[in-house]
Write a protein of this length. Structure first.
Lengths: 251, 281
């Protein structure tokens, strides 16, 4: 099933940096789709279109459609608050909010008006378990989140998105600042999560893309060069440019 | 001249310059303290002036300055913080907001006596609040606003942008983000600015001269529409307007005003250093 259908998406920032040109792409549910390619290719920009986080930046022009379950995300009428609860996001640098571990997890739910303590607690526990962090923090949920290690903080950020029970999770180089062991934990968690969620990942390396992706899309300077089955794309790319990048000839 | 010598000479000169800047401040405080402390007694702080202010205490002036500070805070703090939140969190960076910022900066440069005259025209006469605590507080508020707005805006901007992005990405509205993340994190910085602004208001004479300060009042003010005595104006009066004034009482009054203002400064410093120690970013 296609969760997201992107039709002829183009975008230009006011400062002329990174842009997208005529992107067409169907994103499958219950799978990990990796968007990879050199910096400035438009991967993060595309991610930020999906939850309309680009509203915060200076976008000069945006055209095309992004259909999420058939609804156009880019429609001005879209309820962006509801959209952002449905489409969770994890950033490159783990940013824990300046509060306790537990408060980080319940923040989004409380904003949505959830007051029942049992619901909040269950959401916190469930999402921590999903992010493979529960065993490490269950005895110190009231500690400040900043006291966690970098890897733990990033898994907390993942758990924080999961607490809202989104349908889609966007991850923008989530392991770029992490050591190999923490990276492994995050990747393993993602493999579990894809059973229930649609995951779109910007990996921090080609190797990570190859390790994790069910589907992979190669972006180069705002253009979608090649998109297809992950195993196929990394072993037998159709495009010369994809092959050159995957085999390390540039990038 | 070899490098080590020039380095040592440089340090020596810089230390000397630093000492020169600190010396006047320390000298003023020490001098006022030595001259004024003999006048300080329980009676001095708790009774009204007597015998043409040459005897008795300064209670009405202390209470008056207290009232004026509270009154100024009541207007300038909510208004100033709201303006800072608007400028930092909502306003786009365009010609209009640049104009507002320019106005705020210029507002800070206006001589305080001009504020006094403005307050006289607007609050005392036009709005008919009379020479009163209300008029004086409003006048002091306008004077304090630029300090509060610019320090509060700075404190708000110091909160990392990533917190806002994360909060928004979790489905928060802009206002929820401001109220739950940005304001609490910026609060110590805002409070510091508020106190520094109010401290200046508490020590000012010119703005209250025409708007609310009384030469001498036999009783304490009963409402915001009454005029009041105030420490800085009282100090001016007993230093220049009353012949054969005992010098002790003058310095005693100055000391009380100084302690009041420095006390507020100390509170601001404590808040700032505590917040810095606890800050999680």
């Amino acid at each position: 099933m296609n969760k997201i259908v992107i039709e002829n998406l183009s975008l230009q920032y006011t400062d002329g940096t990174e842009s997208l040109r005529g992107i067409n792409m169907d994103i499958r549910e219950h799978a990990i789709t990796a968007l990879f390619g050199p910096a400035g290719g438009g991967k993060s920009t595309l991610l930020r279109c999906l939850n309309r986080l680009n509203d915060l930046t200076d976008v000069e022009e945006i055209s095309g459609r992004i259909l999420l379950d058939g609804e156009n995300v880019l429609d001005p009428q879209t309820d962006i608050i509801a959209l952002r609860r449905k489409v969770g996001m994890v950033f490159a640098r783990p940013v824990v909010l300046p509060m306790s571990i537990y408060q980080n997890l319940t923040y989004g739910l409380e904003l949505a008006g959830e007051k029942r303590r049992s619901v909040l607690y269950e959401a916190a526990e469930r999402s921590l378990k999903l992010a493979a962090l529960w065993d490490e923090v269950k005895d110190r949920l009231d500690d400040p989140a900043i006291a966690l290690s970098g890897g733990q903080q990033q898994r907390l950020c993942l758990a924080r998105s999961l607490a809202l029970q989104p349908e889609i999770i966007l991850l923008d180089e989530p392991t770029s600042g992490l050591d190999p062991i923490s990276t492994g934990k995050v990747e393993a968690a993602l493999q579990e999560l894809k059973k229930d969620y649609t995951i779109i990942l910007v990996p921090h390396s080609v190797q990570q893309a190859a390790r994790t992706a069910d589907y992979a899309a190669f972006f180069l300077q705002g253009e979608l060069v090649e998109y297809g089955d992950g195993a196929e794309l990394f072993t037998n790319p159709k495009e010369k440019r994809t092959e050159d990048y995957v085999t390390g000839r540039f990038g | 001249m070899n490098r080590h010598l020039s380095q040592r000479l440089g340090f020596f000169v810089l230390t000397l310059v630093a000492l020169f800047t600190v010396t006047p401040i320390v000298a003023v405080i020490v001098y006022i303290f030595i001259q004024g402390s003999p006048a300080i007694s329980w009676e001095f702080l708790t009774v009204a002036p007597r015998s043409g202010m040459r005897e008795g205490g300064i209670l009405p002036a202390i209470i008056g300055t207290f009232y004026l500070t509270i009154g100024t805070a009541a207007f300038s703090v909510p208004l100033g913080i709201a303006a800072a939140v608007y400028l930092s969190e909502y306003a786009a960076d365009n010609r209009w907001t640049r104009l507002i910022r320019l106005a705020i900066i210029n507002l800070a440069g206006i001589p305080s006596v001009v504020y006094g005259l403005f307050g006289l025209g607007l609050f005392v006469l036009f709005l008919n609040f009379g020479t009163s605590i209300l008029s004086a507080s409003l006048t002091l508020s306008i004077m304090t606003l630029p300090v509060i707005i610019s320090t509060a805006e700075e404190a708000l901007r110091a909160v990392p942008q990533a917190f806002r992005t994360v909060s928004i990405s979790l489905g928060a509205t802009r206002w929820q983000t401001v109220r739950r993340i940005v304001l609490p994190q910026a609060l110590p910085g805002i409070l510091t600015g508020v106190i520094l602004g109010l401290e200046r208001a508490a020590g000012e004479t010119a703005p209250i001269l025409f708007t609310g300060a009384a030469f001498f009042l036999p009783r304490l003010p009963g409402s915001v529409f009454d005029a009041t005595m105030a420490l800085p104006y009282h100090l001016f009066v007993i230093s220049t307007q009353v012949p054969e004034m005992p010098i002790q009482i003058q310095y005693g009054t100055a000391l009380v005003l100084l302690v009041f203002v420095l006390g507020m400064n100390l509170i601001a410093t404590v808040i700032r250093s505590r917040a810095r120690a606890r800050r999680q970013w």
